[in-house]
Design a protein around this ligand. Structure first.
Ligand SMILES: N[C@@H](CCC(=O)N[C@@H](CS)C(=O)NCC(=O)O)C(=O)O
Length: 231
């Protein structure tokens, strides 16, 4: 059994979708990041940067429990554990890993900042607003060119690279991106969105998603003093 510490955000959705695709049983432990659950000392023992998702695999290497944070590491771990969604052939394997790293180092951080400065920032800061909107569109352009030459990000087969990127593109409007400008991305996105496991993954904790604008208390937990008082 895998304990899944999560919340219905793009980084959480990656792991929900992965677990649904590979069919391993898991138990959901909600980490409400707007309520400050990520600062619980027990959670910090497995996720030292106070971020979800994290997992504990009670049947880890050599049968012992094993904890992981960072969604990219979790996807790699689950792919290797089950032999699914990551090729064993070196070239195809590293093609997928490259695009997984592109998600972790580019798509996640940059689209996250685009969302932050367009939606969450208390005032509009034109420099940041424009910089991250431009970065977002630049990254969608990279994806569009890749998906013009191969069916999936890692090549011919659906892989953990697609699972990592897909959830981040669901909020394209909030990132200042019009999907119609990226037809290869749109076709790929629509195909992945139709996968039954993807739809099941997106349903995990869906009823807990914030309705309406962020509150002052949620802003404080995620971006305010609470975030930095442990330093
Ligand atoms: N690089 C990390 C990023 C995880 C992350 O940014 N999680 C956010 C929500 S999507 C979070 O837990 N934020 C709470 C906080 O920073 O206090 C990963 O891919 O797992």
């Amino acid at each position: 059994m895998i304990d899944l510490y999560t919340w219905p955000t793009p980084n959480g959705h990656k792991v929900h979708i992965m677990l649904e695709e590979i069919g391993l049983p898991y138990k959901i432990i909600p980490i409400d990041i707007g309520a400050g659950d990520q600062f619980d000392p027990d959670f910090l023992k497995i996720s030292p940067n106070n971020k979800m998702p994290a997992i504990v695999d009670h049947d880890g290497p050599e049968g012992r429990p094993y904890a992981l944070f960072e969604s990219g590491a979790i996807l790699l771990y689950l792919a290797e554990k089950t032999g699914q969604l990551l090729s064993q052939a070196p070239e195809a394997r590293y093609d997928a890993i490259q695009w997984l790293m592109f998600q972790m180092g580019g798509i996640g951080p940059m689209l996250g900042q685009a969302h932050h400065f367009r939606i969450y920032a208390p005032e509009r800061i034109p420099y940041a607003y424009d910089r991250y909107t431009n970065e977002a569109n630049q990254l969608y352009g990279v994806l569009d060119r890749r998906l013009g030459e191969s069916a999936y990000l890692g090549g011919a087969d659906y892989s953990i690279a697609d699972i990592a990127v897909f959830p981040w593109l669901r909020s394209h409007e909030n990132q200042g991106v019009d999907l119609a400008d990226y037809p290869n991305v749109k076709a790929w996105f629509d195909a992945i969105n139709e996968r039954p496991a993807v739809q099941r993954g997106l349903q995990v904790l869906a009823d807990r998603r914030r309705q309406g604008p962020i509150t002052d208390a949620q802003r404080e937990a995620m971006f305010g003093k609470t975030q930095y008082q442990r330093r």
